[in-house]
Write a protein that binds this ligand. Structure first.
Ligand code: TRP
Ligand code: ZN
Length: 461
């Protein structure tokens, strides 16, 4: 840093004078509540402003019999403004107490927000620690995008996309605020608890077992899991990484064949997309068929039943597309699902099935006259339709059409740059179009407009 410019020195001198004239008071007027939304049009109440979370340390004790979760969430964050108070997304069990930097803080809980007012304001740039104590019955969200903590007979299936994370811990529930995580999960002896990252320890005391997991790479809250119950947990090494495979005995036989393919899938996608972004791999196979979907929880996807190798390929591809590179806004969900579906097709081709080119050709032919197949357009499907077939299949068709338009080498170069340039971050559809144009040297606005935003079959295809 050089010498401050005269103008900056003047400003600095004036603000020092102001502070001296009215210590505390002058500054206090700048302290304002953090925003209670991040402004994502699909989920207008999701996320919060005024701070940036660095780390969640979650201590959980779960009783499957009572469906009761006791939690202590310690959240380390940095203020991005002078904060008088701030909010967290939270729709879980009753809050017993909140502290900020060790001092009890006033709090209120309503409509999915926990609002915290610390005894003194938090200055912009300051790091602060919030601790939330909670306990009670735990439930997933309701409606067509059901997610969160799903009690099962022996434990819980935990999958937060898109708005389920706040059912089990207070958080800044948006992919644009990633953080590292620590988990200390206690379950009845004989049960297991599986979370993201690496298994640090497991210890038994008084008829209960505590599992400690640690995720050192940035993670969006919706990708966290703490799935628990009766599992066979095995640890091995895959592509030089620890691999954790947890299988509910009821799904053991049906999942064996698919799970055997995980190492080959991981190695293939590394050769295609670039280095795997995280510190471990694996799978959690639960018996929770009432959930109806699997989720690409970071490192270790969670399956509601025995997965076949195509679903394993899908969730594994999400580690690059969705988990490492996440959507900056939920309307761009095709960046997750279209890419993971194209990766499925690629895995099928790789293992001797129909080519990705064939998949596109067949769909274009079979679905040509099926007007409903083509809508809603995948580029902005609406929150109720974010997991519709069109987002997956038309999303994948968009990528395959792009591959055919630009050639395989340019296409793969685009995917590799995408994951390298946005690693551990977030990006938008416009970012993808700009990257595709820069790598190919072509103008692609019209191509992407018809494929992503026209609610009908692209005419020239
Ligand atoms: N992202 C998941 C997958 O593709 C699917 C998913 C997550 C989902 N949450 C959902 C589907 C809620 C329907 C409703 O594997
Ligand atoms: Zn998916």
């Amino acid at each position: 840093m050089g010498r401050p410019a005269p103008r900056r020195m003047l400003v600095a001198a004036l603000s020092i004078a102001a502070a001296l004239a009215a210590p505390g008071v002058a500054g206090a007027q700048n302290f304002a509540p953090g925003a209670d939304t991040i402004g994502d049009p699909y989920f207008p109440t999701a996320g919060n402003g005024g701070y940036d979370v660095a780390h969640y340390d979650l201590t959980l004790d779960y009783s499957p019999r009572r469906e009761r979760l006791e939690g202590v969430a310690a959240i380390t964050a940095t203020a991005t403004q002078d904060l008088s108070r701030f909010s967290l997304d939270y729709s879980g069990p009753k809050v017993a107490g909140v502290s900020v930097d060790g001092a009890p803080a006033a709090h209120s809980h309503a409509n999915g927000k926990l609002t915290v007012t610390p005894p003194a304001g938090i200055g912009a740039g300051a790091q602060f620690a919030t601790v939330v104590d909670y306990a009670g019955k735990v439930r997933p969200t309701k409606g067509r995008l059901r997610a969160g903590w799903f009690p099962t007979r022996d434990g819980a299936f935990v999958a937060g996309e898109p708005r389920g994370a706040p059912t089990w811990f207070p958080c800044n529930d948006h992919p644009t605020d990633k953080a590292t995580f620590g988990f200390h999960i206690t379950v009845p002896a004989g049960r297991k608890a599986i979370a993201n990252g690496v298994l640090v320890s497991q210890s038994r005391a008084a008829g209960r077992t505590t599992f400690v997991w640690r995720e050192d790479d940035p993670m969006a809250p919706y990708l966290a899991t703490a799935t628990n119950g009766r599992f066979r947990l095995s640890e091995s090494t895959v592509a030089g990484l620890p691999s954790y495979v947890a299988v509910d005995p009821r799904e053991a036989r049906a999942s064996r064949r698919g799970l055997r393919k995980l190492p080959a899938i991981l190695e293939h996608f590394q050769s295609l997309f670039g280095e795997y972004p995280f510190d471990s791999t694996g799978a959690i196979v639960d018996h929770a068929p009432f959930v109806g979907y699997a989720l690409e929880t970071q490192n270790i996807p969670v399956y509601d039943r025995a997965p076949d190798e195509v679903i394993i390929a899908h969730e594994t591809a999400h580690q690059w597309f969705g988990d490492s590179v996440s959507v900056a806004r939920w309307s761009d969900i095709w960046l997750n699902e279209g890419f993971a579906t194209w990766a499925e097709w690629n895995w099928i081709e790789r293992t001797g099935g129909p080519t990705t080119a064939r998949a596109l050709r067949d769909l274009l032919k079979i679905r040509a006259g099926d007007r409903r197949f083509w809508r809603p357009a995948p580029g902005d499907p609406g929150p109720k339709h974010m997991f519709d077939g069109t987002v997956y299949v038309r999303g994948a068709m968009t990528l395959e059409a792009l591959r055919q338009q630009l050639g395989a080498d340019v296409f793969i170069a685009i995917l590799r740059r995408w994951v390298a340039e946005h690693r551990y971050g977030t990006a938008t559809t416009e970012d993808f179009i700009a990257l595709a144009e820069s790598e190919s040297g072509r103008e692609l606005d019209e191509f992407f407009r018809v494929w992503l935003f026209d609610p009908a079959k692209p005419k020239s295809w």
